[in-house]
Design a protein around this ligand. Structure first.
Ligand SMILES: [Zn+2]
Length: 271
């Protein structure tokens, strides 16, 4: 006799201004004398699952808290559950969270990005990582683009968030959610955020595939901002605490086409 409880798959994706739910699930097949647990990733980028289980009188393949990286389009049996003693009651339940990207192998996140503006344009870096009032906890860059200047994608990907209906700004936290922005997910599961775009300043829609260097919108001064600029960051979400992990990207510049880390207070030309 067995007693089974399955909690609903809880998929969470939280960020300051975007919410994204990957197309993925963990599910089981009840074979009577055992249970098989599978994960399914229907996305074209890797995902990380946090799988937790509890139960009594059971033998399982994985430990009670397990982190699993699911490759793009991968569907796999990862856990088989048997009763230790089949003649007495046994119980089993599980819960899952999922986030985009390979959270267990972040060392591979070394892509060299295009600068997010027009070619041959020289742009001043107003603010860099872990500085000032707005980047205290962020690996992020503020590019000195004026109101209505062209914003180009820094890497190929799929649009997962667009907001361009705000016409408000102020220089405190209360305006954070008033920022117009575009988020694009890349094939390694990292995401790029293009922030403070102008009112109706997006040229893209959700799920649109974007090439690197494509014109995607126009810069502005919406949200937590005191003047027109483009806020740019590359990020993942830490599945253990739900916080954003921002990554310091290298960019292709005219002086260094193979890639370099850019610094605030300097001008850079996009090759
Ligand atoms: Zn910023």
């Amino acid at each position: 006799m067995k007693y089974l409880v399955f909690l609903l798959l809880s998929i969470s994706y939280f960020s300051q201004t975007i919410t994204y739910k990957p197309n993925a699930k963990v599910f089981h097949k009840d074979l009577g004398d055992s249970i098989q647990v599978y994960y399914e990733n229907n996305e074209s980028f890797p995902l990380t699952f946090k799988y937790t289980q509890t139960g009594s009188n059971i033998i399982t393949t994985v430990t009670n808290e397990t982190f699993i990286v699911a490759l793009p389009k991968e569907n796999k049996l990862f856990n088989t559950v048997h009763p230790k003693d089949p003649y007495i009651e046994w119980s089993f339940n599980y819960d899952t969270k999922v986030t985009t990207g390979d959270l267990l192998n972040q060392k591979n996140l070394d892509y060299v990005y295009s600068l997010p503006f027009e070619s041959n344009k020289s742009v001043f870096i107003m603010q860099g990582p872990f500085s000032g009032k707005t980047h205290k906890e962020l690996n992020a860059y503020d590019f000195g683009l004026k109101l209505g200047e062209k914003v180009h994608s820094a890497r190929k990907g799929k649009v997962i968030f667009v907001k361009d209906n705000s016409n408000e700004n102020c220089f405190n936290e209360s305006c954070k959610e008033k920022a117009n922005s575009i988020a694009i997910i890349h094939d390694d599961g990292t995401m790029a955020m293009y922030g403070h775009l102008k009112f109706r300043g997006s040229l893209v829609r959700i799920n649109q595939e974007i090439e690197e260097g494509e014109l995607i919108g126009y810069s502005g001064n919406t949200g937590y901002s005191s003047g027109a600029h483009l806020h740019f960051e590359i990020f993942l979400q830490d599945i253990t605490n739900g916080k954003k992990i921002t990554i310091n990207p290298k960019f292709k510049t005219k002086n260094n086409p193979s890639g370099e880390y850019i610094e605030p207070g300097k001008y850079y030309i996009k090759p």
